[in-house]
Structures are given as structure tokens and as C-alpha cells.
Design a protein around this ligand. Structure first.
Ligand code: PHE
Length: 382
């Protein structure tokens, strides 16, 4: 009797433990919240990209949560810092998927980092939307990978036409970051289009992210006698390059891509970036109601004018949340299909229709740095 009693007690203890385990498994956190992963460069070389992007995503999640969340549950953002490194971006995505069991992922800004993470999301069947990675290879990774911005095949045309047709430049140099997929790709599209327009690339020089001394490249460019330099890189190096170009008295037009967009460009470049142009995704000066509302909201929260990463990320998050809502499910395939069928979604950075290649057709805005501020110079429609 005593023996059986002991056995029974042991058995019920086992059953108790087992049911706890089962309960824990079925009550996984994703059942109480909709878990969304974010991988972002909150520190490192391009920290302003990640911080600004995070602010935009948080604003969107806060708004949805104040309206009751998604599918009756609050949105929970799980934000991983990739330190501005592709290897860390891959680790961040792996953690978000395997450990945090997120339903979908937002990020990255830099193409090289999105390219490092996207194959992992694709294999796991977790949809990923990049707010700002423009390299064409990004969405080619697979049918779970989307973007809400234009691609560099368009940005390259815009910059080339601007340099050759608007500014009338006939002799152009390129200075690109050889370690950066975005920079290499955009340089290629720029070169092809400049040549197609009958102008000349007189020299093409390169550097690696993190470099601080560009004097050798500038000396070579000077010898080739260009009228303008195209710098498809990120803000830290672009600002330094501009300064060293001025120090070497190379009097040329400077043109950049969207990678120049950061408050740090003007801080680093100072007088040397005055008058320079760069291609972007939005202008804070745009009088459209969506833009002005967003800028006002952002200023109230963060006390500064948002760069393009904030509204692009806000748009990507809103589009994702709307897709989950319309899918009526937080399951990967259902979300994927809903994102893929997005049409005329009203974003701060323009209306978004996801095409068959999972890209968006958007306008480009040419900005000019003037008085240390970004002035809207031209809008180029696709
Ligand atoms: N387009 C850049 C890339 O693909 C990232 C970027 C977007 C940077 C917008 C600044 C502003 O790497």
C-alpha cells in the first residue's frame, strides 16, 4: 500500500511537471503579444541609421498599441543591435527567429547587413521588410524579403541624369566604398548611366569603411581633372572625403546617394559639404500632410528633424502591421502573402505598391546642403 502510494505520488508529480512543460510551451510569449524583430545599427560606424530607424518603428508600434494592438494583442518589439556589422546582423536575425520566435522582421538600413540577414529569414519562412536597403540583390534573396524604398538601379539613373543633364557635368569621378554592396552597386549604375548620357567617368577610386585618410585617392582624382565627384558611400566617410577634397583645393561638385543622409554629414563635413547634392527618399520640407504630421510628431518626441530612416522605417512598420491585421494571422506565410498584395499604401515617403519582385516604386528627392540644412532641390518620379 505504502509502495503504491509513493508510486502514485511520484506519478502525479511527473504528470504535474509534464503539464507545466506543456503549459509553458503552449503559453509561449508570442501568444500574448505579436512579437516583431528589429535588427538595427544602434552602435558602430553608422549608428545614426539604426537609431533613427528604431525611433520610426517605435512610433508606429506605439500608435498601433494605443489603438488596441494587432489581432487583439499588443505589438512587442524585440530590438537587436548589430553594431553596424554584417556578421552581427546575421547573429541578430538568428536569435530573433530561434530564440524570440518573432512573426516578422524589420531591418536593416544598410544593404550589406540586410543581405547578411535575409537568407536566414528566407530559410525560416519569416517575412522581412527592409525600410531602406536599396541594392537590387536584397529582394532577390527570396519571396519572404521585401523593401519599401526604390532600388539603386533607379537611384543610379537619377544621380547620373542630375550630374550630366541638370548640372551639365561632362567629366565625372567616382569614389566608392569597396567593402559595401550598396556603394559598389550604386557606383556601377551611376557609371553606366553617365556613359549612356555621353559624359565621361575620368577615374574611379575606392576606399574601405572606417578609412580616415583619402588623400591618395583625391590626388589621383585631381590628376584626372574631373568637374564633379560622385561619392556613393555613408555619411562618416562622405563628410571626411568632402573635407579633404576642399583641403586639396579640388574645386568640384560633390554628389552623393542616400547614404549621406544623417545629421552627422553636416557636422563632419562642415563648410566642405555646403552646396553638395545628394539623392534621398524624402524631404522634411515637403508640405504634404503625412510628412508634416510625421515631422511634427518626431520633433515633439526627439527634438530634432527626422532624417529619411525614421519615416521609411515608420512606413515599413505600418505596412507590416497592416499586413498582419489583414492576414488575420501572425503565421509567416499568411503575413508574406498579405505584404505581397499591398497596393497604394499611404506612407510618409510616398505611396507604396509592392511589385512582383517585392520592391516599391518611389520618387527620389534631390537635396542640396545649404546653410547647413537640407533643401529640397528636385523631385524625380520613377
Ligand atoms: N540605401 C542604403 C543602402 O542600401 C542605406 C540608406 C538608406 C542610407 C537611406 C541612408 C538613407 O545601403
Amino acid at each position: 500500500m505504502i509502495e503504491t502510494g509513493k508510486k502514485l505520488r511520484r506519478l502525479s508529480a511527473c504528470v504535474g511537471l509534464l503539464s507545466l512543460v506543456v503549459l509553458a510551451a503552449t503559453c509561449a510569449p508570442q501568444d500574448k503579444t505579436i512579437r516583431i524583430g528589429v535588427f538595427s545599427s544602434l552602435t558602430g560606424n553608422t549608428a545614426t541609421f539604426g537609431i533613427s530607424s528604431k525611433y520610426g518603428i517605435q512610433m508606429a508600434a506605439d500608435e498601433w498599441n494605443s489603438r488596441g494592438g494587432l489581432l487583439g494583442k499588443p505589438i512587442e518589439l524585440i530590438i537587436e543591435d548589430d553594431q553596424s556589422k554584417p556578421e552581427e546582423a546575421a547573429l541578430a536575425i538568428t536569435k530573433l527567429i530561434n530564440q524570440n520566435k518573432v512573426s516578422a522582421i524589420l531591418g536593416e538600413i544598410a544593404s550589406s547587413r540586410t543581405l547578411a540577414g535575409a537568407p536566414i529569414a528566407q530559410r525560416a519562412g519569416i517575412p522581412l521588410i527592409t525600410p531602406a536597403s536599396t541594392n537590387p540583390k536584397v529582394t532577390k534573396v527570396g519571396d519572404f524579403i521585401f523593401r519599401v524604398c526604390y532600388t539603386d538601379s533607379f537611384q543610379g539613373v537619377v544621380c547620373a541624369r542630375f550630374a550630366v543633364q541638370k548640372l551639365g557635368l561632362k567629366r565625372l569621378a567616382i569614389l566608392k566604398d569597396i567593402k559595401n554592396d550598396y556603394s559598389i552597386g550604386l557606383a556601377d549604375y551611376f557609371r553606366q548611366n553617365v556613359q549612356a548620357l555621353g559624359a565621361q567617368i575620368v577615374t574611379e577610386e575606392s576606399y574601405s569603411e572606417g578609412d580616415t585618410d583619402f588623400r591618395a585617392q583625391i590626388t589621383s582624382m585631381k590628376a584626372a581633372n574631373p568637374e564633379g565627384i560622385f561619392i556613393p558611400g555613408y555619411y562618416t566617410e562622405a563628410g571626411l572625403i568632402a573635407k579633404q577634397v576642399a583641403e586639396q583645393n579640388l574645386n568640384v561638385r560633390l554628389i552623393g546617394g542616400d547614404g549621406w543622409d544623417s545629421p552627422r554629414t553636416v557636422e563632419i563635413g562642415g563648410a566642405a559639404v555646403e552646396g553638395a547634392f545628394f539623392c534621398n527618399h524624402y524631404s522634411a520640407e515637403d508640405t504634404a500632410r503625412l510628412v508634416q504630421d510625421f515631422v511634427a510628431m518626431f520633433k515633439k518626441k526627439h527634438n530634432e528633424v527626422p532624417d529619411a530612416m525614421a519615416p521609411l522605417s515608420y512606413d515599413a512598420a505600418n505596412l507590416l502591421f497592416a499586413a498582419i491585421q489583414s492576414a488575420g494571422s501572425a503565421e509567416g506565410h499568411a503575413i508574406r502573402d498579405a505584404i505581397a498584395s499591398t497596393k497604394d499604401f499611404p506612407g510618409v515617403c510616398g505611396s507604396i505598391t509592392i511589385d512582383a519582385e517585392r520592391n516599391a516604386r518611389k520618387s527620389a528627392i534631390m537635396l542640396q546642403i545649404s546653410g547647413g540644412k537640407l533643401k529640397k532641390y528636385d523631385v524625380i518620379y520613377p
